[in-house]
Every structure is written in structure tokens, then in C-alpha cells.
Design a protein around this ligand. Structure first.
Ligand code: NIG
Ligand code: FE
Length: 414
């Protein structure tokens, strides 16, 4: 593979020698180089610096002139439900007419609706649909992604979903992490027998998943009407016995102790966080757990946005993710996620970009491999169209400003 040299880059964004998880004030520091070059060899970032330091060309190189353009690390989307069988726009209409997400779920819609559809759909068809979505988000600049199960809710269909994710991992150039979310909701037959379903998860699903090495993480929808903090803890502990670290859904609809449960478990991340009180914020700020904010889900459900300012100012480590799913965020567009976090949650563009790149990578334990412009990291890059400044990216929220995308040294969009 010939090397790729990108020259005259208006601004090379998020250049770092070290890759710590960023929290508090560090989140607002986005190191950049003006008028820069970047050299990619094989699948790796080999060298970068100001144009004045560029040495004469040696050997075979593809040269790309990026005059007027920014180069960023590709987005790291650390929370999605990308494998699903069908869209749910009829529930979207129900919501316009006044039903809430919780009311739709209580009528057998929501997650149960997706589970019924998924049970009727073959593994090959699920793979085909997921592949299309993966191509779509990678065209929008996503280079690494976490994907959850949780629309199966039986042993066989949870395994089916996770096998689809495994095939995506094996086939796609994107870095993919798989999360087992059997505890997404109670299937109807276990409505009055919660312990029975928890036993199914811990005694049947988990051993089968571990035997096929199908998951990296375990997730629970910790929410009033779904799984309590105690149930969440028990399920995550069972997962941890099989080497699956927790990444949990917490504090979305109600402030019900999910964040504290996640922190106590040493979760990699607690995600959503629309409803946070002082105690939850303090718990998160004092921990190594990353708080992953999903602004497009709050937007789509007309929920109050996550208190990003209060979380950042308290010293929490924050990531941004799309939550791509058919019920609460039917979009995997990370450019929109970044813009929405600035427009509605008052993150600075620098904070949002750090949260959607390096901290997103850390929320998938890929922070040493991806998420910044660092020598030796994988060359996952976005080259923008010519833009006046970095802040123009979230400002011009409706324009597609992603011009080229490189994944592991190969241009996937050019
Ligand atoms: O992250 N909140 C729980 N799970 C998803 C939504 C799932 C669905 O509605 O299909 C979420 O928002
Ligand atoms: Fe989610």
C-alpha cells in the first residue's frame, strides 16, 4: 500500500502525544496544528507537523492537498443499537399525537415491537440491513462503533443479534465493540416473573455468549419500569464473571440510582444521563466511569437535554454518542450529535470534538489505538470540505461537511 501524504491542512485537529481520558477543563483543550501535513503509512499515522517541517518526498506517496480543509480523527460512536429489523415511524406519529416513550412501551410498543420484528427476521437479512447502516454512518465520518444486542430477549435471538455483530466485526474495516443487552426490557412472558428472566440471562444467555466469545461488554436498561439498580448490579456482576465489563443505560427517563450503580460496579461508562441530581453528578465526577451523553435521543423524545455543562464543570469525563436505534434516535449521524451538544447543551466545539473522538474511543477501551492524531494510532481520519473555522462544523449543523473519510489507512469516502 503506498503511503498517503496530506498537505496544506488548514488545521490538523486533536494532535496529542499522550491519550488520557479527558475530564473537566481538559475537555476544552483541543490541541491543533495550523497549516499542517500528515503522513499515513500502511494503516497507521506515521508522522505529522507544520508544513515548514515537511521533508522532501521519498518513495511512492499519494499526495492529497487539503488547502482550506480540516483533518480530524474519525468519530468514535460508543453507544448504538445498529442491528434492528425495522424502523418504527408509526410510534413516531403516536408521539407527535401525545403519547410518551414510556406509554408506548407500556402498550407493547417500543423495545418489544422491535423484538417481535427481529424474531421474524433471518440472521442474513439482519446483517444486510446493519451493513447498510454501517456504510451510511462511515460515510458520515464514523470510524469506530459500539453495537448492542437487546432486541432479541430470548436465548436464540440474543445470540442471533450478537452473531450479526460478530460478522460485522469480521467484515467491516471499522473498529467494532459488541455489547450484550439482554436486560433491555422484560419479555411479555416474564412480565410478572422478573427473577425468571434474570435467571435466563445469567444462567443461559451469558454462558452461551461467552462460549462463542460474542460480547465485549454487558449493558442493562436501568430505569423505572425496566431494571432496578439492584437488578442491574446483579446482572452486571454475573456478566463480569465472564469477563464482560459493564456499560449501562442510566438516568434516562428517571433519576433512579443507575449512575451510582454503574460507578459502584466500576462501569466503563454510564450512558444517557438526561435526569441527573447533585448526588449522581458527584458520584460520576469522583469516578473513572465515563458519562456518555446521547443528545439526539433527548431531542427525538423531547426530553430535557443532558446537563452537559454541569457535568463537565463538576469534572466528569464525558463522551458523546448517537444511540442509533429505531425508537429513540433513528440517526447515527455523529456530526449532528456534535452540533446538538453545542447548540442545546452548551458544550464548546472543542469539548464536543474531544468527547466524540478521544473520550468516545476510551468509552470503547480503544483510547490507545484511536480517537486522536497520534503517531502509531490507526489512521482513521475525516477530511472536511473547505471551512472557515473549527466552530463552523457544529454551527452549520445541516450541511454535510465531511468530504473524505479514511479508515485504517484506506479512503472509504473520497
Ligand atoms: O437507548 N433506552 C433504552 N434503549 C434505547 C431505545 C430502545 C428502543 O426504543 O428501541 C435507548 O434509547
Ligand atoms: Fe441506548
Amino acid at each position: 500500500m503506498p503511503a498517503t501524504l496530506i498537505t496544506n491542512i488548514k488545521q490538523l485537529v486533536n494532535v496529542r502525544a499522550q491519550s488520557p481520558v479527558l475530564r473537566g477543563k481538559e475537555l476544552a483543550e483541543l490541541p491543533c496544528i495550523e497549516n499542517a501535513y500528515l503522513l499515513v503509512e500502511d494503516d497507521t499515522i506515521a508522522e505529522f507537523g507544520p508544513m515548514s517541517a515537511l521533508r522532501q518526498a521519498q518513495g511512492d506517496r499519494q499526495v492529497i492537498d487539503a488547502s482550506g480543509c480540516l483533518v480530524l480523527p474519525a468519530w468514535c460512536d460508543s453507544h448504538t443499537h445498529l442491528v434492528f429489523a425495522a424502523s418504527r415511524e408509526s410510534e413516531f406519529i403516536d408521539k407527535i399525537k401525545g403519547l410518551s416513550y414510556a406509554e408506548i412501551a407500556a402498550r407493547g410498543g417500543g423495545i418489544l415491537n422491535s423484538a417481535r420484528r427481529l424474531q421474524q427476521t433471518s440472521e442474513d437479512e439482519l446483517f444486510r440491513l446493519a451493513w447498510q447502516r454501517l456504510e451510511e454512518v462511515s460515510r458520515l465520518g464514523t470510524g469506530a462503533i459500539e453495537i448492542k444486542s437487546g432486541y432479541g430477549l430470548t436465548v436464540e435471538t440474543e445470540l442471533k443479534m450478537l452473531r450479526v455483530i460478530k460478522r460485522l466485526k469480521e467484515t467491516s474495516p471499522l473498529s467494532i465493540k459488541a455489547t450484550f443487552l439482554g436486560a433491555h426490557t422484560y419479555p411479555p412472558e416474564y412480565k410478572d416473573n422478573h427473577q425468571g428472566y434474570i435467571d435466563l440471562i445469567t444462567q443461559q444467555m451469558l454462558p452461551a455468549i461467552a462460549a462463542e466469545k460474542l460480547a465485549d461488554y454487558i449493558d442493562v436498561f436501568c430505569e423505572t419500569g425496566f431494571f432496578s439498580p439492584e437488578e442491574t448490579t446483579a446482572i452486571c456482576r454475573a456478566g463480569m464473571q465472564y469477563g464482560l465489563k459493564p456499560k449501562i443505560h442510566a438516568n434516562q427517563l428517571n433519576c433512579s440510582g443507575g449512575t451510582q450503580a454503574g460507578v459502584a460496579l466500576g462501569a466503563v461508562s454510564v450512558d444517557h444521563l438526561e435526569t441527573m441530581d447533585e448526588e449522581a453528578i458527584r458520584a460520576l465526577a469522583g469516578s473513572n466511569t465515563i458519562g456518555t451523553l446521547l443528545p439526539t435521543a433527548a431531542f427525538f423524545l423531547r426530553m430535557p437535554f443532558q446537563p452537559a455543562r454541569a457535568l463537565a464543570d463538576a469534572g466528569c469525563a464525558l463522551a458523546l454518542a448517537s444511540d442509533f436505534n429505531p425508537g429513540s434516535s433513528p440517526s447515527g449521524n455523529m456530526n449532528l450529535v456534535v452540533a446538538m451538544s453545542c447548540i442545546q447543551m452548551k458544550l464548546l466545539p472543542e469539548e464536543a470534538i474531544n468527547a466524540a473522538t478521544l473520550n468516545g474511543a476510551h468509552a470503547m477501551e480503544l483510547g490507545q489505538e484511536l480517537g486522536s492524531i497520534t503517531v502509531g494510532k490507526k489512521a482513521n481520519l475525516i477530511v472536511t470540505r473547505p471551512v472557515p473555522s473549527l466552530a463552523y462544523l457544529p454551527y452549520a449543523f445541516g450541511s454535510n461537511l465531511v468530504d473524505k473519510v479514511m479508515i485504517r489507512g484506506v479512503w472509504t469516502v473520497f
